[in-house]
Write a protein that binds this ligand. Structure first.
Ligand SMILES: Nc1ncnc2c1ncn2[C@@H]1O[C@H](COP(=O)(O)OP(=O)(O)OP(=O)(O)O)[C@@H](O)[C@H]1O
Length: 317
């Protein structure tokens, strides 16, 4: 985190935080400003997975019928060590099915891993984490719509999260809900609207607001822009970059899109068949990929070296 951001965080209450980021979020209609995040001094190790294994059994159920003839166990994640340091964004890349989502869900405490540990600031996150610990790491999903209750307004959804997790005293729930909506660049009238009234990009803003409602320290964004029109992708990426800076968040950014990951990440980890095959500073990995699989991934993005990424192009239109 930069000195100015640290000073801002110290000075701000929740109100100042909301106003600061909202202004930036609304001004994020231009190009992706990924360079801001790169070169930041990495802080202490915040989220760490060690020796993480997640195997799924194919025995029984519809899944087994669909995959008849395949091995009985899917080794979705097969021994991964990965850390996200305070204030940094780690990009997790790899083709579909390599285990990115499974690793993210384990890291967020949504799955109890087959083996290995997930720690936040040295403390195990799975097992029986406290209410406070559960809030520390939150996910933003590819399709926020499927996880929003279609019969609840945005205001009701956010208020429910705040009340259930007792994030703020009951008499402050309304004010905090308004701040959250402002924080993600949505107008106040969004509070009274149902999810179906929003575009894909706006729904993703709601998904981000819901994750932020729990006041997390680490955000895990699993393909947060891949379901969006290319013209909207840059806005959401810029919003995430702004929120990361303003709130001092750390981020694990999961994507199959090498160009987007390059733009947003300080470090990158490349996943293949359930393991991380290469990890390093983003600029180094992209300039000098060491693993043959990374080389293959990069060679399939020929425009990358010389041209703007699609999201940037979209943002400039
Ligand atoms: N609940 C489950 N039961 C059985 N197998 C699963 C389950 N979830 C994921 N898998 C399998 O684990 C492997 C890794 O899946 P995962 O979704 O983590 O990959 P991914 O890299 O995120 O791919 P995508 O981007 O397509 O989601 C795949 O072979 C997938 O079919």
């Amino acid at each position: 985190m930069s000195a100015s951001t640290r000073a801002l965080r110290q000075a701000q209450g929740a109100e100042g935080r909301a106003q600061g980021a909202a202004g930036r979020a609304q001004g994020a209609e231009g190009q992706v400003r990924g360079a801001e995040s790169q070169g930041a001094e990495p802080g202490e190790e915040l989220l760490a997975v060690e020796g993480l294994v997640q195997h799924f059994s194919r025995r029984g159920g519809v899944w087994a019928k669909l995959t008849r003839g395949a091995p009985a166990v899917v080794k979705a994640v097969d021994g991964v060590d990965l850390a996200v340091h305070r204030g940094e964004t780690v990009g997790l890349v790899g083709e579909s099915g390599c285990g990115k989502s499974t690793l993210s869900r384990c890291a967020a405490g949504l799955y109890v891993p087959t083996a290995g540990t997930v720690r936040y600031a040295g403390q195990p996150l799975h097992g029986a984490p406290s209410r406070e610990q559960r809030r520390l790491v939150q996910m933003v999903f590819q399709d926020p719509y499927s996880s929003l209750n279609p019969r609840m307004t945005v205001g009701q959804t956010l208020a429910e999260v705040l009340r259930y997790h007792r994030v703020v005293p009951r008499d402050q729930v309304g004010a905090r809900v308004r701040e959250l909506v402002d924080l993600v660049g949505l107008p106040a009238r969004a509070l009274d609207q149902l999810p179906r009234s929003f575009s894909g990009g706006q729904r993703q803003r709601i998904g981000i607001a819901r994750a932020l409602a729990l006041d997390p320290k680490v955000l895990i964004a699993d393909e947060p822009v891949s379901a969006l029109d290319v013209s909207v992708q840059a806005n959401i990426i810029n919003l995430l970059l702004d929120l990361k800076e303003t709130l001092g968040l750390s981020m694990l950014f999961v994507s199959h899109n090498m160009a987007v990951v390059r733009q947003i990440s300080d470090r990158v980890a490349v996943m293949h068949d359930g393991v991380v095959v290469e990890e390093g500073a983003t600029a180094d990995v992209f300039a000098h990929p060491a693993d043959p699989y990374t080389q293959l991934l990069l060679s399939s993005v020929p425009r990358l070296a010389t041209q703007q990424i699609p999201a940037v192009e979209a943002g400039l239109r």
